[in-house]
Design a protein around this ligand. Structure first.
Ligand code: NAD
Length: 358
């Protein structure tokens, strides 16, 4: 466990500010319980940064982020900035910070909370007990590969991209995936299309090579088409899934959809030196400023930070268990409310969670 954790707090826009306040309150409770000292430094990003400085990612924010152990990010965007040119919009700040921090891996858990099983599109007997994590390579693969372009050949238009992975890119994400799997149920599924793609043959070879250092973790390989199917047929069988950028983009959304609720989905993006933690959802302008947003995705993102950056897994488990209990007691924010449960606002939900931590 670290004694101190320096955190850049980038609340952003819309409900970003409300859910960030909630996460900070929870972290203060963790500090009280475990004696870890958090140093929070706030900075602007997104629309609020545009309003103050004209730039969705001001230099000062980037500096603060790079001087921190971790970045906690709320959400960016809103109608007010929708008509700006693409490179001046709030979302550009988000893309730029991920790139500047060289975050090569995106981690997205998909966990089924028993009291919320009816929010899932799957039948209860399939979704019950699901607890998986998709690790997506984020800075390589077909989204960045060269050559790419649109041109004319033989009198017609063609578009093309290149799916390319270097050994070192595969090795670093495979290593991270094995490490994370080691701290969970010790099962890793590597997803590719090795029956068709050469890039996948190299992917598989490197993952197998890294496996030699992690013999305590069970490794299986699966083709992307089969994995997409098995995720809805038997999601409980998965623990950690590691895959490239394109396949991971699709699988992480699929895994998120399994559990049903956007307000419950956290994420982590990890690089060699930096890490950024943020909820999957956006700034929810339709409910912003009302104090009714679900803070759980943001609080769970802070829990991932405690686990992966602050090396305080007990505190992360405390938060997860507290959320389980609060849901079992029937407390719900509006987005996950159903008849017979007790509707609470952001602040009340946060207080309930903290009560179970302390
Ligand atoms: P959204 O995720 O903000 O909202 C979709 C729906 O889910 C809305 O009805 C919203 O009220 C609800 N919702 C989302 N999070 C919630 C929470 N924590 N509690 C309760 N309800 C919640 O997506 P959108 O409406 O498509 O986008 C709104 C803005 O957010 C846009 O400007 C978009 O560009 C931006 N956006 C930002 C991010 C990010 O910052 N990472 C991600 C997606 C969208």
């Amino acid at each position: 466990m670290k004694k101190e954790c320096k955190i850049a707090v980038l609340a952003g826009d819309g409900i970003g500010k409300e859910i960030m306040e909630a996460a900070i309150e929870v972290l203060k409770a963790i500090s009280q319980k475990y004696g870890i000292n958090f140093q929070f430094q706030e900075a602007l990003i997104g629309g609020s940064a545009i309003d103050e400085t004209g730039d969705p990612l001001p230099e000062e924010t980037l500096k603060i982020a790079k001087e921190s152990d971790a970045v906690l990010l709320g959400a960016v965007g809103g109608e007010k900035w929708d008509n700006l040119p693409t490179d001046k919009r709030p979302e550009k700040g988000l893309l730029r910070i991920r790139k500047e921090l060289d975050l090569f891996a995106n981690l997205r858990p998909g966990k089924a909370y028993t009291p919320l099983l009816d929010a899932s599109p799957l039948k209860e007997n399939l979704i019950k007990g699901v607890d998986l994590l998709v690790i997506r390579e984020l800075t390589g693969g077909i989204y960045f590969g060269e050559p790419r372009g649109i041109e004319e050949r033989n009198g017609e238009k063609v578009g093309y991209n290149t799916m390319i992975y270097y050994e070192h890119e595969i090795e670093r994400i495979a290593r991270l995936a094995f490490e994370v799997a080691r701290g969970r149920r010790k099962k890793l599924t590597s997803v590719d299309k090795a029956n068709v793609l050469e890039v996948s043959a190299v992917w598989r070879e490197v993952v197998n090579k890294v496996h030699a250092d992690y013999q305590d973790v069970e490794l299986e390989h699966m083709y992307i088409d089969n994995c997409a199917m098995q995720l809805v047929r038997r999601p409980r069988d998965f623990d950690v899934i590691v895959t490239g950028n394109l396949f991971g983009d699709i699988l992480s959304d699929e895994a998120g959809a399994l559990t049903g609720s956007l307000g419950m989905l956290p994420s982590a993006s990890i690089g060699e030196r930096y890490a950024l933690y943020e909820p999957v959802h956006g700034s929810a302008p339709d409910i912003a400023g009302q104090g009714i947003a679900n803070p759980i995705a943001m609080i769970l993102s802070a829990a991932m930070m405690l686990d992966l950056t602050c090396k305080l897994p007990e505190a992360a488990r405390d938060i997860e268990n507290a959320i389980d209990k609060v849901l079992e007691e029937g407390y719900r924010t509006g987005d996950i409310w159903s008849p017979g449960t007790k509707k609470v606002n952001t602040k009340e939900m946060t207080e309930k969670i903290i009560e179970h931590i302390l």
